[in-house]
Design a protein around this ligand. Structure first.
Ligand code: XMP
Length: 439
């Protein structure tokens, strides 16, 4: 695909993605490369401009000087330094404090660089990207067969629809219902993919299998491992029924593969559910149609493709599903309790219009029972915990300051509508020290 290109050369990992997202948000395509990418390779990319990102602690001026000298030898390309706490001046090169990237002033400065200095026209938009991707997928796949592990998450959903638009029924999607999904999840997936898009979808009802394997298991790591392994086994069996395929679709996105100064190697998506699949599926090549996109761009692409908003805007959901939100042994009864409680909490958050402000929110079924009272009767029932967090990167997170009235409504509905629950607590711990999930 031929787009105007801005190259970001990165000296450390903190600012490159923020800068790249701002550039893309201005409809200019950009790529992040490590600062020590061979100069020849950089020159061959014929970028309209170069942005160097980093923190002054990670840069010594000599290294930067010689990089810029090399870049400007025999090539005239505008360069902008977006570096934190960098006071030195480098002749002929403009600079901006990296911290400004969070403010309107910084965005304005980036735009001035893109459109005035580099003379970009802003030719990067999702409609074109969708059209061009579909065309090139058509060409690449020809009349061959494609397989996709559909989880119902944003990345696999958008990948599947994109490939489907290119080759229709040559694509088969497999959705494994582990029995550990949220309430109605499988029905929603079937509705969108089968009814709306008419995609070849195989839904595997494997709940009992997973619960069988998990019987008596309480250790969180064991649970994760069992669920991951069983997923691969179920998928493998289904794929065998289809026979050999030519391509396997993977929902890798740009942050999964981005190169940066400090982390120079490409990182392959480590989502545990898809992680082991390439080893057990008989296929020739992996297709990664989203590998150039940031998460927000994937969501936009999903909208362009007509995927419903509830799917495009979905919050992250762990591969092991409710398995890591039921503390202690997992049973069918516990799954049902948690599905109901979680559904009510999400419903109340949505009704209060808080879903856009909170990054992730869900219920946990603790392994604790406590004494309560119902009418004249003493009860001894489960404690449900509610978790809601705000974060940008999921590495650090703060608990969401949900209004008391919303918590009150959720709590009272849960104890009234869900059997075997007589107490609801709200988790007010940031990450760190707590993780977002409880297991
Ligand atoms: P923690 O709990 O480690 O979670 O703070 C950080 C983010 O990752 C999600 N998460 C997972 N996602 N497979 C996934 O695809 C997993 O096994 C998994 N475990 C945690 C978690 O929901 C949060 O968004």
């Amino acid at each position: 695909m031929n787009h105007e290109l801005i190259l970001i050369l990165d000296f450390d990992g903190k600012y490159n993605q923020m800068v790249a997202k701002k550039v893309r948000a201005s409809n200019v395509y950009c790529e992040v490369n490590a600062y020590d990418t061979p100069v020849e390779k950089i020159k061959n990319k014929e970028a309209k401009g170069i942005i160097i990102t980093g923190d002054s602690n990670n840069i010594n001026k000599k290294e930067l000087d010689s990089l810029i000298k090399e870049l400007t030898t025999g090539m005239s390309v505008p360069i902008l330094l977006v570096i934190k706490d960098f006071n030195d001046d480098i002749a002929g090169v403009e600079k901006m404090n990296a911290e400004l990237i969070h403010q309107a002033e910084g965005v304005q400065r980036i735009n001035q660089f893109l459109f005035d200095q580099c003379a970009c026209s802003g030719d990067w938009n999702m409609n074109d990207f969708a059209k061009q991707s579909i065309e090139s997928l058509k060409e690449k796949i020809g009349n061959k067969k494609v397989l996709c592990a559909l989880s119902g998450g944003v990345d696999s959903s958008v990948s599947a629809v994109l490939v489907h638009k290119a080759v229709g029924k040559q694509l088969t999607c497999i959705f494994v219902d582990t029995g550990l999904m949220r309430k109605n999840e499988r029905i929603e997936v079937e509705k969108v993919f089968r009814e709306q898009f008419d995609i070849n979808l195989i839904c595997v009802d494997a709940g009992d299998r997973f619960l069988g394997k998990l019987k008596g298991v309480t250790d969180p790591e064991r649970k994760r491992k069992i669920i991951g392994e069983e997923f691969i086994r179920v998928f493998e069996e289904e794929a065998k029924k289809i026979g050999a395929v030519d391509f396997l679709v993977q929902g890798t996105i740009y942050p999964d593969i981005i190169e940066s100064g400090s982390k120079n190697t490409a990182v392959i998506k480590s989502h545990h559910n898809v992680g082991g699949l390439p080893d057990v599926i008989d296929f020739k090549e992996i297709l990664e149609p989203l590998r150039d996109l940031f998460k927000d761009e994937v969501r936009n692409l999903g909208r362009v493709l007509g995927i419903p908003e509830f799917l495009v805007e979905r919050q992250p959901f762990p591969g092991p599903g409710l398995g890591v939100r039921i503390i202690g042994e997992i049973t069918k009864e516990k799954v049902a309790i948690l599905q109901e409680a979680d559904y009510i909490f999400r419903d109340e958050i949505a009704k209060a219009n808080l879903n856009k402000d909170i990054s992730q929110y869900f219920a946990i079924l603790t392994n604790l029972r406590s004494v309560g009272v119902s009418g004249d009767e003493r009860t001894y029932n489960y404690v449900v915990a509610l978790r809601a967090i705000c974060t940008t990167d999921f590495m650090n997170a703060d608990w969401a300051r949900i209004p008391y009235e919303v918590l009150e409504k959720a709590s009272s509905r849960i104890v009234n509508e869900v059997e075997h629950v007589n107490r609801v607590v709200y988790d007010i711990t940031p990450k760190p020290p707590a993780t977002i999930e409880w297991e």
